[in-house]
Design a protein around this ligand. Structure first.
Ligand code: CA
Length: 226
């Protein structure tokens, strides 16, 4: 049974999420503030953390930052619908996904399952990455779509590989630049759009209506989750 740590200070929401996750077959741990979340995460080693951003003690950003210093446990952050910048900051600190309040418990369960599936797939990752029709042979730096080789620059290769390793995971432009250069500068972030355009031209059956490399409006990009 997968164990999910739910970190939420609003009692009503915490109770709703807990009951729904238990019904869905998860073992649920709970914390109501930042320090409690950190000690629970360290002591109990959950498989996944659902983390509200607005918390007493330490906020969700601080918790994510501190967890990521030592752990790759999957994290889904809960954000207010209006706070686009929170979503981006959360993803850049290393959260795996976000869900906006108010949310349906059903959607939350679906997201948790998707993130857990991706985390399991990453653990088993070898030197060949497969995502939908795309196959990437990492040592050979070779990419094929439905068996046909596509020529990519090394930057395009790295960006595509980063996304294809975890289909469905959303990457901000800064994260994609990080994957390429190990560092990102805000002024270069728009250059990612140009690389994405080139990648689409090379791998998409219809680049104007992308089916593989998808835009997440206001946030960044993701590889389609089959
Ligand atoms: Ca809160």
């Amino acid at each position: 049974m997968k164990r999910v740590l739910v970190v939420e200070d609003e009692v009503k929401i915490a109770r709703l999420v807990r009951d729904y996750l238990r019904q869905a077959g998860f073992d649920v741990l709970e914390a109501a503030d930042g320090p409690g979340a950190l000690s629970m995460a360290r002591a109990e080693r959950p498989d996944m953390i659902v983390l509200d951003l607005g918390l007493p003690g330490l906020d969700g950003f601080d918790v994510t930052r501190q967890l990521r210093a030592t752990s790759s446990v999957p994290i889904i952050i809960l954000t207010a619908r209006s706070e686009e910048s929170d979503r981006i900051v959360g993803l850049e600190l290393g959260a795996d996904d976000y869900i906006t309040k108010p949310f349906s418990p059903k959607e939350l369960v679906a997201r948790i399952r998707a993130v857990l599936r991706r985390a399991d797939a990453t653990l088993g990752g070898g030197e060949v990455v497969r995502a939908g029709p795309l196959t990437i042979d990492i040592p050979k730096m070779r990419a094929t779509v439905d068996g046909t080789e596509v020529e990519l620059t090394s930057t395009e290769f790295d960006i595509l590989l980063t996304m294809a390793r975890q289909p469905g995971r959303i990457y901000t432009r800064a994260q994609l630049l990080d994957a390429v250069h190990g560092v990102s500068f805000e002024s270069y972030e728009r250059s990612v759009d140009a690389h994405i355009k080139n990648i689409r031209r090379k791998i998409e059956p219809d680049p104007r209506h992308p089916a593989l490399v998808l835009t997440v409006y206001g946030v960044g990009y993701k590889f389609a989750d089959a």
